[in-house]
Design a protein around this ligand. Structure first.
Ligand code: UD2
Ligand code: MN
Length: 495
């Protein structure tokens, strides 16, 4: 029933050793049946919904893997078979991305051949990464819908019908379940929230953020209705097969891992589709803290390559946020983009501005901004610097290095100073100036930068940003506004 596995102390040494193989508790996973039952985790209003199963489209489930554990892979397969209405499940296609483990060879083929559903394995000749592996699986799919899953998932009761129902209603809806958490430590099944949706930060990392009130209201407060999510996590989605190709499938210039989820999210919205999180559908996924496999050519290089491709093709001027906060990426060789640029033209997709304005006004990339660059103190020539600190910590100030990264701040038309998803925030009258999650509501995050006097005034406290005091040397001070040169600031990167 999805409960935690507790390993006795005496086996902890072995447990830790095995953890390294897949970066999850493999010993715990092996102690659970590959056919485990789970609670029905849906909200009550979902349980009572009925679907016209006879008119729903069929689906092929495509699962790509590289060196996946036997137990998690087979538990994924069994959960699909056990909890999908048989008439809707056309087949399950596994794509082996050049795994190096013997048991994923003939032993796997034999096991699958005995199952009641048509399940088979395609094999990549050499390691190509999840994007091209998915393309290979998709090319063989015969169902009307393609459903992609990671290889360490568990589908719960009623997961499939609401996904297919949304596609049945609108073939341009691309749908994701709520992704529940299967603990990487204990394999406990933990129900995820229907109050988070997908966003992204300046570094183009996918992030979960709270669903804003406007989206709650659009659904009339009914949490069982699908959420219009700005982005998707990437691993678990269903899309009509023909629409998948119509809208440009995946960018096959992307390697190994990363970026394809945001690329597809932007593309869907900008080119006339809809991206939904279907809150009545729950699928669990083992979230890992580290990756267990290699990134041939280097993790950073591959992720930068993929992200640069999506930034160049889809993000228009907002690509600068990504480039400036990641010094060094500009030199990345992103390869040939012409097929993807042609796709955007052919589909007559809307602009990234349109996307930010209409789909994601809460985005961490401000729609309108005065500048994106350094904030330099006129007297000391030091620059504000996030120092890589987290929400709730003081903002830093150090010598300007002109390299971007932590010294990049935007000053938005909402008059917030923001770096990545953190904003300069003051909650006590005399400071300190801290970094907090941007809320976009002004308040303690509202600053007036006067272009004549160069003074930056914190509006709610009516105090001015100043050079550091001698006692607190690496964080800017806040004091009574005097207009002295230590209270004068120059914004670079003015647009
Ligand atoms: C998330 C997504 C994942 C993908 C990724 C960005 C979820 C739950 N997961 O990362 O699907 O969108 O973000 O790219 O939303 N794999 C291969 N070949 C490789 C590398 C990985 O086949 O070279 C397989 C891997 O075995 C797994 C799947 O691709 O089944 C996703 O990889 P992951 O689980 O390491 O990614 P995850 O969940 O961290
Ligand atoms: Mn995964």
């Amino acid at each position: 029933m999805g409960q935690a596995v507790i390993i006795p102390e005496s086996q902890h040494a072995e447990m830790k050793e095995k953890f390294k193989v897949n970066q999850f508790n493999l010993m715990a996973s092996e102690l659970i049946s590959v056919n485990r039952t789970l609670r029905d985790v849906r909200m009550d209003s979902c349980k009572s919904k009925t679907y016209p199963v006879e008119s729903l489209p069929t689906t092929s489930v495509v699962i790509v893997f590289h060196n996946e554990a036997w137990s998690t892979l087979l538990r994924t397969v069994h959960s699909v078979i056990n909890r999908s209405p048989p008439p809707l499940l056309k087949e399950i296609i596994l794509v082996d991305d050049a795994s190096e483990k013997d048991f994923l060879g003939r032993q796997l083929d034999e096991y699958l051949s005995k199952l009641s559903v048509h399940v088979y394995v395609l094999r990549m000749e050499k390691r190509t990464g999840l994007i091209r592996a998915r393309l290979k699986g998709a090319a063989r799919a015969e169902g009307k819908v393609i459903t992609f899953l990671d290889a360490h998932c568990e589908c719960t009761e009623g997961w499939l019908e609401p996904l297919l129902f949304e596609i049945h209603k609108n073939r341009k809806s691309v749908v994701c379940p709520i992704i529940d958490v299967i603990s990487d430590e204990t394999f406990e099944y933990i129900t995820g929230s229907d109050m988070t949706w997908g966003g992204f930060n300046w570094k183009l990392n996918f992030r979960w953020y709270p669903v804003p009130q406007r989206e709650v209201e659009r659904r009339g407060g009914d949490r069982s209705l699908p959420l219009r999510s700005p982005t998707m996590a990437g691993g678990l989605l269903a899309i009509e097969r023909d629409y998948f190709y119509e809208i440009g499938s995946y960018d096959d210039g992307m390697d190994i891992w990363g970026g394809e989820n945001l690329e597809m999210s932007f593309r869907i919205w900008m080119c006339g589709g809809t991206l939904l999180i279907v809150t009545c559908s729950h699928v669990g996924h083992v979230f890992r803290k580290a990756t267990p496999y290699t990134f041939p050519g280097g993790t950073g290089r591959i992720i930068n390559h993929n992200n640069a491709r999506l930034a160049e093709v889809w993000m228009d001027e907002w690509r600068s946020f990504y480039y400036k906060i990641n010094p060094g990426v500009k030199q990345t060789d992103y390869g040939d983009l012409s097929p993807r640029i042609q796709l955007r033209e052919k589909l007559e997709c809307k602009s990234f501005r349109w996307y930010l304005q209409n789909i994601y006004p809460e985005s961490q990339m401000p729609l309108d901004y005065y500048s994106l660059g350094e904030i330099r103190n006129k007297e000391t020539n030091q620059c504000l610097d996030s120092m890589g600190r987290k929400a709730g910590e003081k903002v830093g100030i150090v010598g300007c290095h002109g390299m971007g990264g932590n010294q990049i701040f935007s000053y938005s038309k909402k008059k917030a100073f923001q770096t990545d998803d953190l904003c300069l925030d003051v909650s006590a009258l005399t400071g300190p100036v801290k970094l907090y999650q941007c809320h976009g509501l002004g308040g303690n995050q509202l600053w007036e930068h006067d272009q004549e006097t160069l003074v930056i005034r914190h509006v709610s406290s009516n105090q001015c940003l100043d050079k550091p005091t001698p006692q607190d040397r690496d964080t800017p001070a806040l004091g009574a506004c005097s207009g002295s040169s230590s209270q004068q600031w120059i914004r670079l990167g003015t647009t």
